[in-house]
Design a protein around this ligand. Structure first.
Ligand code: C2E
Ligand code: MG
Ligand code: MG
Ligand code: MG
Length: 289
């Protein structure tokens, strides 16, 4: 089977996998083994305030650290786990890891305001999830107002009453709700008025075209990002740009009024130990100076 190197040097399964039941079964088995042996990890990617370049939050991104295959990225795993129903168990496991990571980071940085953004698939948004979140954050002594619940437009597509209830309950306990991959779904703008959204995350495809070679595309995507930002602000949502890879993109985004950025230009998703080491180094440097 072909594997190609992916972002972060991780291995991506071949796209043909969708038709290959043997490879599919292999992933299902990886998932079960990973749950049994505790191979799931929560990598953290910083989210930066463009106004002052400070880290204001971290997005938890799931990785399966396979002892033989290396680091497996979430895309295939999540798609298959949604079909088999394993997504709930994976999600809870990764969420617990992410909370423990946040506690460790808070201790290292001394900053107890940074938030933790967690991705939830539609199937995870069961009625019991807000209660579980309350229990787990209390156990880790984390203020639930530090949790950002990331959902995609697909979650809101059918205006499922149960999902609406779950989102309202998250809002009530103080979590913020972020609409992920914004602009790629069916009726993005209407979701802003119909659901309690606090943060709009502009999809990285828009950010990529900001510096496109083709002038027309470049111009239009700039107008779109500026327009989405203005509308989001009018709806009292803050705006984060995903997939910021260059200084040019970063500066353009700031000029368009975008509040925050996330992407390789600032930092890659990484194990929390690495972020803690960076804080320790920074502290030593400043205390020496
Ligand atoms: P997402 O929530 O939109 O996460 C952003 C994705 O963009 C991540 O991919 C991240 O590694 C990648 N990224 C960040 N900065 C850059 C950049 O500058 N350039 C490029 N090209 N990519 C960048 P990743 O980690 O592979 O995750 C893919 C998707 O899997 C996520 O998209 C999210 O929808 C889902 N996901 C990740 N972790 C979880 C989880 O614990 N639970 C659930 N349900 N879904 C998750
Ligand atoms: Mg996300
Ligand atoms: Mg996204
Ligand atoms: Mg995405």
């Amino acid at each position: 089977t072909k594997k190609r190197g992916g972002k972060n040097g991780a291995l991506l399964y071949d796209p043909l996998i969708q038709d290959n039941t043997r490879q599919r079964a292999e992933i299902e088995q990886d998932i079960e083994e990973a749950l049994t042996n505790d191979w799931f990890e929560a990598y953290f990617q910083p989210i930066v305030d463009l106004g002052n370049n400070r880290v204001i939050g971290y997005e938890s991104l799931m990785r399966l650290a396979h002892p033989r295959k290396g680091l497996l990225p979430p895309s295939d795993i999540i798609r298959i786990a949604e079909e088999t129903g394993a997504i709930g168990r994976i999600g809870n496991r990764v969420f617990e890891k992410a909370l423990a990571n946040l506690v460790a980071l808070t201790r290292a940085s001394g900053d107890d305001k940074t938030y933790l953004a967690v991705n939830f698939s539609p199937l995870q948004l069961e009625q019991t999830l807000p209660m579980l979140l309350t229990t787990l954050t209390a156990r880790h002594h984390i203020d639930p107002r530090r949790i950002v619940v990331e959902i995609t437009e697909a979650t809101l597509l059918h205006d499922n009453p149960q999902i609406r209830m779950v989102l309202d309950e998250f809002s009530r306990i103080g979590c913020r709700i972020a609409l992920d991959d914004f602009g790629t779904g069916y009726s993005s703008l209407s979701y802003l008025s119909r659901f309690p959204v606090d943060i709009v995350k502009i999809d990285q495809s828009f950010i990529r075209s900001l510096a496109a070679d083709e002038a027309e595309l470049r111009h239009k995507s700039r107008m779109l990002v500026e327009g989405i930002t203005a509308i989001s602000h009018k709806m009292e949502c803050s705006v984060t740009a995903e997939g910021v890879e260059t200084k040019e993109q970063r500066d353009l985004l700031q000029g368009f009024g975008v509040d925050c950025g996330q992407g390789y230009f600032f930092a890659r998703p990484q194990p929390v130990e690495q972020l803690i080491a960076a804080y320790d180094t920074a502290r030593k440097t400043t205390s020496v100076a």
